[in-house]
Design a protein around this ligand. Structure first.
Ligand SMILES: Cc1ncc(COP(=O)(O)O)c(C=O)c1O
Length: 441
């Protein structure tokens, strides 16, 4: 993708930083998701819903560090909590009251969130949930959705970016994401087609005796950011119950959909819930939560070593706990309701604008999440959502245009709202997104 010249030419400070980065990082980047040609703008500071980059340009931020900053940047109460804790100590080889308090805050939010173990990323949260499910069942196979993203754990990367050349017929093939993925990982990962109940049911039934868990994100962003139908979600939960398969709900992103998480919104009662992003208030975080019975595999007080030992030098570090606790306490039901209304306004304005201007695009999402698709196919799952090469190149160009006009989303033009936003920022972003797609069509 060629970035519009006004961005690359007017960003000498970011260009200089990227030059330095190329000498010390492969490709000049340390995160695949935040690199694009010729280079991303480098952030200097953030305040509320705006970021100032190294060249002094101000960006309206809908990326919110990949949906983790629900209160935007430098929220005064979060900054105060983190600063106060930093002065008391960054981390200890001991638990603190803060981890108890954040666990209590999470457990108060839904009946199936009865026990919590903290870690440092969503990747780890899903990984430990899978290990817990294996420990609880004594089985090793896990099921996940085609196209579903759950972080960088080997089995969770299977078929993450499969395409028409390798995804198989209606029954999805298990496609490795990185070269050298062990064949055993592919053999132990069952790939399901999201929202295709007959195939999903048949596949789970056929592998029930081997399956430790089904990993399910009810509003999976890479699959299309469309929700699972009630029949699909409830059907999977019922099948899991019937066969003693653990249901792992990945709420790393969709916990922001409701004060009680997506499980409350969709009426689900998972054995394990993988959490991350917003529960850390902007700091690195992950957590496995679940029923007391399912979480007992982590318990080392039962007279034997824990079935699934879990530690981590920085797990439950007090800086993250302080930020997360403050952030969740700020996230009142009223704050949720306001974000949902703003999200609805953004999606509706975009849909109307695309229709009005004859733009062959659509928007999906729910609550404070949205994603723009460079096509108008009805989307039930990954295969409908996946952009063709031509569609993907239009989206990339539109992203470049949007950024050049001061709005930051993820590179596939998805985003998450933050509480500092008002109707003015929503309408500003909607206008900019519509213009970006129109001008690059
Ligand atoms: C649904 C989902 N699960 C898990 C993860 C992994 O989280 P992390 O990047 O904190 O490892 C992500 C990250 O975007 C995600 O979107």
């Amino acid at each position: 993708m060629d970035m519009p010249s006004n961005l690359s030419n007017s960003a000498p400070a970011s260009a200089a930083l990227y030059d330095r980065a190329r000498r010390v990082m492969p490709g000049g980047s340390t995160r695949v998701t935040i690199w694009w040609p010729p280079h991303p703008p480098y952030a200097a500071s953030g305040q509320g819903c705006r970021i100032t980059d190294a060249d002094g340009r101000v960006l309206l931020d809908f990326a919110n560090n990949f949906f983790s900053l629900i209160h935007g940047h430098a929220h005064p109460e979060i900054v105060a909590a983190v600063t106060a804790q930093a002065a008391r100590g960054l981390a200890f080889g001991l638990p603190t009251e803060l981890d108890v308090a954040l666990a209590e805050e999470i457990c108060a939010r839904a009946p199936a969130l009865q026990r919590v173990r903290f870690c440092n990323s969503g990747t780890e949260a899903v990984m430990f949930a899978v290990k817990a499910a294996r420990g609880a069942t004594g089985r090793s196979m896990v099921a996940k959705m085609e196209g579903g993203y759950h972080g960088a754990y080997d089995p969770m990367e299977v078929s993450f970016d499969s395409g028409p050349s390798n995804w198989g017929e209606r029954i999805p093939a298990a496609v490795p994401y990185t070269r050298g993925t062990p064949a055993s990982v592919l053999d132990e990962t069952l790939v399901l087609p999201f929202n295709d109940w007959p195939i999903t049911e048949a596949l789970i039934e056929a592998h029930a005796g081997r399956l430790a868990a089904v990993v399910l994100d009810p509003l999976p962003s890479r699959v299309g950011l469309v929700p699972g139908t009630p029949e699909y979600l409830q059907g999977i939960q019922a099948l899991c119950r019937r066969h003693g398969i653990m249901l792992i709900l990945d709420e790393v992103v969709c916990f922001r959909l409701h004060p009680g998480g997506a499980q409350t919104l969709f009426g689900l009662s998972p054995d394990y819930t993988a959490l991350g992003k917003i529960i850390g208030g902007g700091q690195p975080v992950g957590a496995v939560a679940g029923t007391a019975e399912a979480m007992a595999v982590f318990d080392s007080t039962l007279g034997h070593r824990a079935i699934v030992p879990h530690g981590g030098t920085f797990s439950a570090n007090p800086i993250t706990m302080a930020a997360g606790l403050t952030s969740l306490r700020l996230l009142t039901p009223e704050a949720h309701a306001r974000l949902d209304l703003l999200g609805e306004r953004l999606r509706t304005t975009l849909a109307r604008g695309f229709a009005r201007d004859g733009i062959a695009a659509q928007v999906t999402g729910a609550g404070s999440l949205f994603r723009v698709h460079p096509h108008t196919r009805p989307i039930a799952g990954y295969r409908d959502a996946l952009a063709t090469a031509a569609e993907a190149s239009w989206l990339k160009e539109a992203f470049g245009h949007l950024l050049a006009h001061g709005v930051l989303t993820t590179p596939n033009i998805s985003g998450a709202l933050s509480t500092p936003m008002t109707v003015a920022e929503i309408d500003e972003a909607a206008d900019a997104i519509i213009a970006a797609l129109r001008e690059t069509a």
